[in-house]
Design a protein around this ligand. Sequence first.
Ligand SMILES: CC(C)(COP(=O)(O)OP(=O)(O)OC[C@H]1O[C@@H](n2cnc3c(N)ncnc32)[C@H](O)[C@@H]1OP(=O)(O)O)[C@@H](O)C(=O)NCCC(=O)NCCS
Length: 173
Amino acid sequence: MTRKPITTRLARGADADTIAAIYNEGINDGMATFETEPRTAAEIAALLAGKHDRYPTIVAERDGRIVGWASASPYRSRPAYAGVAEHSVYVARAARGSGVGRAALDALCRTYAERGFWKLVSRIFSENIASLVLHERCGFRVVGVYRRHAKLHGKWRDCVIVEKLIDGREPGL
Ligand SMILES: CC(C)(COP(=O)(O)OP(=O)(O)OC[C@H]1O[C@@H](n2cnc3c(N)ncnc32)[C@H](O)[C@@H]1OP(=O)(O)O)[C@@H](O)C(=O)NCCC(=O)NCCS
């Protein structure tokens, strides 16, 4: 079966309910985040508004419907880290494994590079093979592993730290 093409764009306030629904699927799966409480559309709308144009969220659409998103937040508050952002990527269950995550994360990298960021970082549960493969395919490298980083539903989880230099310069220069 030929799939419809995936397009990406910056998220708008009106996308908040779909973004929340996709995030809540990821929270329920227990493979993506230490978050355990579902988000409401109002919370997501407030988050999008608070990030302004500096930390945009990307939505990926297929056939006119949002099927995934990627977003980022400040890594640390110190001014020296102003060009480093910490990101997340979530795809609707029904659309996983069909290139949506790749499209969203590649678009996030381009968008943040255009805004002058030099690095994206994230933490991935070591069991989350889909996310580890996605990040490797998008050019991220594994920095290391946080052992017993925190508990999710009473179980210790290890987290793989990944990073990508997105400004097109060689590492160390
Ligand atoms: C992780 C996630 C974002 C990946 O997005 P996706 O749209 O399913 O991934 P894509 O279809 O773009 O695939 C990207 C690459 O990963 C590979 N991949 C995807 N799912 C995989 C799986 N379950 N096992 C192995 N490889 C997988 C694909 O084959 C592809 O590699 P390729 O280009 O060599 O074929 C998605 O599965 C998801 O939303 N999971 C729940 C939330 C989550 O875990 N978010 C990440 C938090 S760190």
